[in-house]
Ligand binder design. Structure first.
Ligand code: GDP
Ligand code: CA
Length: 333
């Protein structure tokens, strides 16, 4: 049986929405059980947001995807587990450990305890993630970008004083309102893409770049030494989806990240930042929203084939249509 292999670079919540749509679309295109072709999705996930907190390894983006695709996420809040309680968090606060502004729910803590236990038993993060996914059955193979930690820290100015804080502190505690001077990938020089990630890129039929944060999700994945080279060497077409629509980050604060690295918050600027694969970058094709159709000829001039399609992922149906457009764009190369 032939399996079409789709490999997706992804961050947390935006990545999860896109992957959910892709899973739906591929199930439509390749209904199981008919003895014909099937499809396999592999997500290469940002681990730059990971941290040790209250003695536990927390992997926000991997968990966002695992919960969302496994049906355990809180749809209303937009993150974490559904039906969550916070009794343990209150105990941790009483002991004065953890981050009071980064609440770990009781059910969510179960995941972090299990993961930390696997890691202590000597499993790699890739293996630990696979074990967690045995329970959640997300229908997508989740691969951390690297088994070596490479956490994103941010250089900020608070009350005139320079501080270097974990990305989540800037993002959650400061809501990205304090200007970031730069992002640092702590330990990235010792990190490498896992063999599983390299295999998934090398053997993919299509590589998609999800509409995730271009700096602290996709940018972090691309920052792992060897990742760009692997993508540039892939035999599959690489299609990216813009996380920016009409000059805004759609949801969230990605504009603050782009400003920090001197890239405009536009679909065209992000595409040029990723660059055309024919000119040393990673993109063959780029999808912009129909409202940004005017940039198509500009980007074509930069060597990036560009198509304008609806990019809003308001529900699984619209995400599935978008994922279908990305697959078709890859085929039409
Ligand atoms: P995080 O790790 O949870 O921050 O999530 P990601 O990095 O995967 O994705 C966050 C990004 O998704 C945001 O910065 C937005 O730019 C983008 N995004 C969110 N919703 C949509 C949408 O409906 N359409 C598109 N094209 N992008 C979106
Ligand atoms: Ca994230």
């Amino acid at each position: 049986m032939n399996a079409v292999k789709v490999t997706v670079l992804a961050g947390g919540v935006g990545g999860a929405k896109f992957l959910k749509g892709l899973r739906t679309e591929l199930r439509r295109r390749f209904p199981n059980g008919d003895g014909g072709s099937t499809a396999e999705i592999t997500a290469v996930v940002n681990t730059g947001d990971d941290m040790w907190l209250t003695g536990l390894r927390v992997c926000p983006d991997l968990d966002s995807i695992m919960y969302a695709l496994g049906g355990g996420n809180d749809e209303v809040r937009g993150w974490g587990r559904a039906d969550e309680t916070e009794r343990v968090a209150a105990e941790l606060t009483a002991y004065g450990i953890g981050w009071p502004w980064f609440t770990l729910g009781d059910l969510d803590l179960g995941t972090h305890i299990a993961r930390s236990s696997f890691l202590r038993d000597g499993l790699t993060l890739t293996e630990a993630t696979a074990r967690l996914c045995e329970r959640w059955n997300p229908g997508v193979r989740l691969l951390p970008m690297s088994d070596q930690p490479a956490e994103t820290h941010v250089d900020i100015l608070v009350d005139g004083k320079r501080r270097i804080v974990h990305f989540e502190e800037w993002w959650v505690k400061y809501r990205a309102t304090v200007p970031a001077q730069r992002f640092i990938q702590v330990g990235v020089d010792k990190a490498k893409p896992t063999p599983q990630v390299l295999h998934a890129i090398e053997h993919a039929d299509v590589v998609l770049v999800a509409p995730s944060n271009p700096v602290v999700s996709i940018g972090t994945i691309l920052g792992v030494p060897g990742m760009r080279e692997a993508l540039r060497g892939a035999r599959a077409p690489i299609v990216g989806v813009s996380p920016i629509i009409s000059g805004a980050a759609v949801r969230g604060m990605a504009d603050a990240c782009l400003t920090a690295i001197g890239v405009e918050t536009t679909a065209a600027a992000v595409a040029k930042h990723y660059g055309a694969r024919s000119r040393g970058g990673i993109l063959d094709t780029w999808l912009v929203d129909t409202s940004d159709a005017a940039v198509v000829p500009v980007l074509e001039g930069s060597g990036i084939r560009t198509l304008a399609v609806p990019l809003w992922m308001s529900d699984t149906d619209t995400s599935a249509t978008l994922a279908g457009d990305a697959l078709d764009a890859a085929r039409a190369r």
